[in-house]
Design a protein around this ligand. Structure first.
Ligand SMILES: NC(=O)c1ccc[n+]([C@@H]2O[C@H](COP(=O)([O-])OP(=O)(O)OC[C@H]3O[C@@H](n4cnc5c(N)ncnc54)[C@H](OP(=O)(O)O)[C@@H]3O)[C@@H](O)[C@H]2O)c1
Length: 306
């Protein structure tokens, strides 16, 4: 498995993260097969959140991997907090601390490698987050920190308070959800593609050495479906299939390779619960699409150039 350096941390991690948002839907034996396979392939960085399966995702993962000190040393675990279903968002010190304690218990571990704040909280108070992060860091319960779905100014505002570097921003990106890329191509133009929806987060993260992890690498819309094989994207699928034949891989591999080809060294977060599909995703690290192929896929998905 190819590795990347996570943000400015110096931490070497697999180029692809195994997302565990749906792992609770697997029966125990299936979940064991899934995580065992991931480890065999060197995919030892796992993404969780306190809310996945209302906590059952973390519980199922710890059971499936048979968490013990030897295994814990061989893997990296990232979890998230800050979403309170039915209420909104909560970056208060008390909520962050209690969420991490509960995640650690479910994951049967003493520490998280990375903690992300899941979605911006309109009522965020920097001192509260800083208080929580300092306690978590000093106690060894969290080694690194980051955010998810945040704009550059939100990250800078938070960084004004917290002393630990924010090394990750987890954002939605796929060939069909590529506004963070297209707005950088259509600068200062009249068309909708020029609309700056995220404060130029891609350039900002590159500038600040913040690793962008990309969620929903295969979905269009927000969980509307997978574009691979979808009749909604005939041109894209035809191009993907052509490249899949050329590189002798599956269409899924090509879709992930498109994200990996970007020089920002983004880290795709997979969402599949199937071993065969996970293998297809991981194979993307063996392929480097050409510049021409990258742009052809971008255009085939309905994106445009100025
Ligand atoms: N930070 C955030 O706000 C945020 C939001 C959403 C997700 N995430 C993270 O990102 C991860 C990935 O998100 P996602 O699940 O939406 O990603 P995804 O990889 O785009 O979608 C995976 C889903 O598509 C299905 N699928 C259908 N055809 C597939 C194919 N050919 N290859 C792979 N999957 C196929 C999978 O079903 P099968 O399981 O049957 O393969 C699964 O339900 C999550 O696990 C989570 O860790 C973060």
């Amino acid at each position: 498995m190819r590795t990347i350096t996570l943000g400015a941390s110096g931490l070497s991690v697999p180029a692809i993260v195994v997302g565990c948002m749906r792992i609770n839907k697997l029966a125990k034996a299936e979940a064991e097969r899934f995580v065992t396979f991931a480890l065999e392939k060197g995919a030892c960085f796992f993404d969780h959140a306190d809310i996945y399966g209302a906590g059952d995702g973390e519980t199922r993962f710890a059971q499936a991997i048979g968490m013990n000190p030897r295994i814990r040393e061989a893997i990296q675990i990232q979890s998230k907090c800050g979403i309170r279903p039915g209420i909104g968002f909560d970056f208060s010190k008390a909520h962050i601390l209690s969420s991490v304690e509960a995640s650690l218990k479910r994951l049967k571990t003493d520490y998280l490698d990375v903690l992300l704040l899941h979605r911006p909280d309109a009522l965020m108070e920097g001192e509260e987050v800083a208080g929580a992060f300092t306690l978590l860091h000093q106690s060894g319960k969290v080694r690194h920190f980051g955010v998810s779905n945040q704009k550059p100014l939100q990250i800078q505002l938070l960084q004004k308070y917290v002393t630990q570097p924010l090394i990750i921003n987890q954002l939605q990106l796929s060939i069909t959800n590529a506004t963070m890329i297209s707005q950088g191509l259509h600068v200062n133009m009249m068309e909708d593609a020029a609309i700056d929806r995220d404060g130029s987060v891609l350039d900002f993260c590159r500038l600040k050495d913040i690793t962008i992890q990309t969620w929903s690498p295969l979905q269009y819309g927000v969980f509307e479906g997978v574009f691979i094989g979808s009749p909604k994207f005939p041109l894209l699928n035809s191009k993907i299939e052509e490249l899949a034949r050329k590189y002798q891989v599956s269409p899924t591999t090509i879709a992930l390779a498109w994200i990996l080809r970007h020089p920002a060294r983004m880290q795709p977060v997979t969402g599949t619960t199937q071993v065969e599909r996970l293998e297809d995703c991981l194979k993307a690290t063996d392929i480097t699409l050409s510049r021409e192929e990258w742009y052809e896929l971008y255009l085939a998905a309905g994106n445009s150039l100025p």
